[in-house]
Design a protein around this ligand. Structure first.
Ligand SMILES: Nc1ncnc2c1ncn2[C@@H]1O[C@H](COP(=O)(O)OP(=O)(O)OP(=O)(O)O)[C@@H](O)[C@H]1O
Ligand code: SF4
Ligand SMILES: [Mg+2]
Length: 323
């Protein structure tokens, strides 16, 4: 049985223009200790899908479908129960992680509370653990930082403190939404190494949202690619990254800068932009940007079907062409 299971999850928002579907029915599965990466262009629904799983949508949002953690149904749980689940069950590093720290509490108090809320430890142990965790996320002069308030820290340090706060209760699953975006390259690598270590030490499972395919390759056994509210390809990372079956995945990979690119050549991008949630075309949402499009694509939404290394939602998948 998977530790975390999402079935046919849909997220819609009530807007002045009517109800829009930000997530149009997705399935995800994460086994104990496993890492799944979620990738896709801005606005594809990655954050809202994950926020919905923990009852964290904005007031105008609504989630439907099934979300199970450790066999237990999560969607619709009362706030008290969700509060218990967040933390020691599922840790969350928000996309705006620095902003998720409580402004009027010292870092040391926030971190030790995060542990004491979920585990029976005394204050001195919690404070020692808080300092150790800050050191593990490479916060310099951790002892001094514990006495400071969030606004006294630089953006990068706040980001690391927020990651530390999510890790303090030693969650069985960590959901990390763009955890390394605000960090410089060296610290990014250290945070990735820390996640890898914690997975080994604690058997922690991880869902990581990232734009960085280097992070995907370095951390995740499996990857799911989202486009306009749906998963269009998912499977083993090595297979998906080396032989993508969906034209969109292939485009994302082709857009990556390469070391052998001649200087002065503009970066490749996928022409066009994704449709807004309320303006999705009738068939495949990628059709207006796809160079393999044919009639069926414009009329019928492709379902996820078995591919060489996982599943793909495309009427004319690539035959595992090397990226
Ligand atoms: N409260 C809201 N009301 C209406 N629409 C919303 C609301 N919150 C998010 N959306 C819309 O939901 C869609 C999906 O947003 P989401 O934040 O999940 O994107 P994302 O894939 O995480 O993008 P990014 O990579 O930029 O973080 C977007 O079109 C966004 O505008
Ligand atoms: S279904 Fe058609 S339009 Fe969509 S990605 Fe596949 S080939 Fe392209
Ligand atoms: Mg997001």
């Amino acid at each position: 049985m998977a530790l975390f299971e999402v079935r046919d999850l849909a997220v819609s928002f009530a807007t002045p223009a009517g109800e829009v579907d930000a997530v149009a029915g997705i399935d995800l599965e994460v086994a104990e200790g496993e890492c799944l990466a979620l990738v896709g262009e801005s606005g594809s629904g990655k954050s809202q899908a994950l926020l919905a799983c923990l009852g964290l949508l904005a007031a105008n949002g609504r989630a439907r479908g099934e979300v199970r953690f450790d066999g237990r149904s999560v969607l619709g749980l009362p706030e008290r129960e969700l509060g218990r689940l967040r933390g020691a069950g599922i840790g969350y590093v928000f996309q705006d992680a620095p902003g998720s720290l409580t402004p009027h509490l010292r870092i040391g108090d926030q971190l030790s509370e995060a542990l004491r809320c979920h585990h029976d430890v005394d204050d001195a142990t919690a404070r020692a653990e808080a300092r150790r965790m800050l050191e593990r996320v490479q916060v310099p002069d951790a002892a001094a930082r514990l006495r400071q308030y969030p606004h006294e820290l630089s953006g990068g340090t706040r980001q690391r403190a927020a990651i530390a706060a999510a890790l303090m209760p030693r969650p069985r699953l960590l959901i990390a939404d763009e955890p390394t975006t605000a960090l410089d390259v060296t610290v990014q690598a250290q945070v990735i190494a820390l996640f890898r270590e914690l997975r080994r030490e604690l058997g922690m499972a991880l869902v990581v949202v990232t734009h960085d395919l280097g992070v995907v390759a370095g951390l995740a056994e499996r990857v799911a690619v989202m486009y306009s509210g749906r998963i269009v390809e998912e499977g083993a990372t090595t297979g998906v990254l080396s032989r993508p079956a969906h034209p969109y995945t292939s485009g994302l990979l082709a857009a990556l800068p390469r070391l052998d690119d001649p200087t002065g050549v503009p970066m490749r991008t996928i022409p066009g932009t994704p449709p807004a949630p309320g303006e999705r075309p009738r068939g495949c949402a990628f059709a207006p940007r796809c160079d393999r499009v044919h009639d069926r694509c414009r009329n019928v939404v492709p379902a996820l079907a078995a591919a060489a290394h996982g599943r793909v939602a495309c009427h004319r998948p690539l035959a595992g062409a090397p990226a």
